[in-house]
Design a protein around this ligand. Structure first.
Ligand SMILES: Nc1nc2c(ncn2[C@@H]2O[C@H](COP(=O)(O)OP(=O)(O)O)[C@@H](O)[C@H]2O)c(=O)[nH]1
Ligand SMILES: [Mg+2]
Length: 248
């Protein structure tokens, strides 16, 4: 049997400072399976896309790919475009990660290992062994915890870290989700995909990660993105109430 092929998708908006080091870390991992990387850049004004284009040609031919979008449309749109790109090329495994080192490459080998007995693996801040930036003020830790608790309660999610965006999917599972109906852009996007996977009865596993704050660049996820998550969980609960359709 041919070995499985994997693609890590990284959406970027103004991550020029982080990407060179991140790709070095990803492609330099001492263990774990080989994978390709797709950067989905929303035409970042800081030149992230141009840097990736030349790095793909000179530094990492074959392994690094770039998908450029005309303007900033949110994390969810970028991932959906990236997923389509991956499906068209037949990757068996599709990963999601941020460009800012909050998702540390060193966890990938353990995540790939866990995927051997799962359809979806989530790098989790909220299981034993995981955690969030120690320097976060208490209100911020509570907010993140509370957001997770709220989504889990309303949607009946069993996963502890429902908003986390460090994930590995079997493409076969991802392709069964009704992605053409997914319209969320921020944390809600992560929750929505997870909810759909759980409704399908997917085998989901969590691997503990420590989630440090970004050191370079700026966060793009705003208050409006948090509000989106708050009301969208109710929308999801209603919208997908008959999904997946019961088979006779
Ligand atoms: N392509 C694209 N990437 C985005 C967009 N918004 C955020 N990102 C990327 O998504 C990842 C997570 O965003 P970040 O700002 O770190 O969110 P935070 O960690 O929740 O503060 C980073 O790699 C960002 O560059 C967007 O509108 N388009
Ligand atoms: Mg971040």
């Amino acid at each position: 049997m041919a070995p499985e092929t994997a693609l890590m998708i990284i959406p970027t908006y103004n991550e020029r400072e982080n990407l060179p080091r991140l790709l070095e870390a990803l492609f330099g991992l001492p263990s774990g399976p080989r994978f390709h990387v797709l950067i989905v850049d929303d035409n970042s004004p800081d030149g992230t896309g141009q840097w990736v284009a030349q790095a793909a040609a000179r530094l990492y031919p074959e392994r690094l790919h770039l998908l450029t979008r005309p303007g900033k449309q949110g994390l969810g749109r970028a991932y959906l475009a990236g997923f389509r790109w991956a499906f068209e090329r037949g990757y068996d495994i599709v990963g999601q990660m941020d460009a800012d080192f909050s998702h540390q490459p060193r966890y990938l080998p353990a995540m790939f290992e866990a995927l051997r007995a799962a359809d979806l693996v989530i790098g989790s801040r909220y299981i034993p062994g995981g955690g969030v930036e120690r320097a976060w003020p208490r209100w911020r830790k509570y907010l993140s915890r509370w957001g997770n608790f709220y989504a889990r309660l309303i949607l009946g999610l069993s996963v502890r870290d429902a908003t986390g965006g460090f994930r590995l999917w079997r493409s076969a599972l991802l392709q069964r989700l009704p992605l053409d109906q997914v319209a969320t852009v921020g944390y809600a996007f992560q929750i929505e995909l997870l909810y759909l996977a759980q409704r399908l009865g997917a085998r989901i596993r969590e691997v503990p990660i420590y989630f440090p704050d970004r050191k370079a660049g700026r966060s793009k996820l705003s208050l409006s993105i948090q509000l989106e998550a708050a009301w969208r969980v109710w929308w999801m609960k209603w919208h997908y109430r008959h999904w997946p359709p019961a088979t006779a």
